[in-house]
Design a protein around this ligand. Structure first.
Ligand SMILES: [Zn+2]
Length: 148
């Protein structure tokens, strides 16, 4: 598949914390960080903080699946392997990010996250659909909607 010139995402490097704007990150491509040159791995969920939310989630040119979770939440741990799998499967076509609701109260409030896990699909900065609680089948549907 040819790279889409209009594709871009802004993500924080997992190694040095520098924000990177990436283009042409089509399937499987692991871009080097512009600051530390280590690979930015897009085939797994990225941790996003409240500060990064607008740039990484809302401004993304590809769909973003956001996993609102907390460390103490057992159903969140149950859904995590599926979230990992979807990130791998749709690498380059859908961004998968995790937001720790204990450290992102403002975002959780803004999107009315009342129970976790809640997974929200965003396209072009708008919420398209969501799944609440442990609903693996619903989560797969969200991913299908994302890349449809
Ligand atoms: Zn880096």
């Amino acid at each position: 598949m040819p790279a889409d010139p209009d594709q871009f995402i802004t993500v924080r490097c997992q190694f040095c914390d520098e924000m990177n704007q990436l283009e042409q990150f089509s399937n499987g491509h692991q871009a080097p960080c512009l600051n530390c040159a280590k690979p930015i791995l897009l085939d797994r969920p990225l941790n996003v903080s409240q500060d990064d939310f607008d740039d990484t989630v809302l401004a993304s040119s590809i769909p973003v699946l956001v996993d609102f979770y907390a460390d103490w939440c057992a159903p969140c741990k149950m859904v995590a392997p599926l979230v990992d799998e979807l990130a791998r499967e749709h690498s380059g076509r859908m961004l998968v990010v995790k937001i720790d609701t204990d450290h992102a109260a403002k975002i959780a409030e803004q999107y009315s996250i009342r129970s976790i896990p809640t997974l929200v699909l965003f396209k072009e900065g708008e919420e398209i659909d969501r799944s609440m609680g442990f609903e693996p089948e619903r989560v797969r549907i969200l991913a299908e909607e994302a890349v449809a």
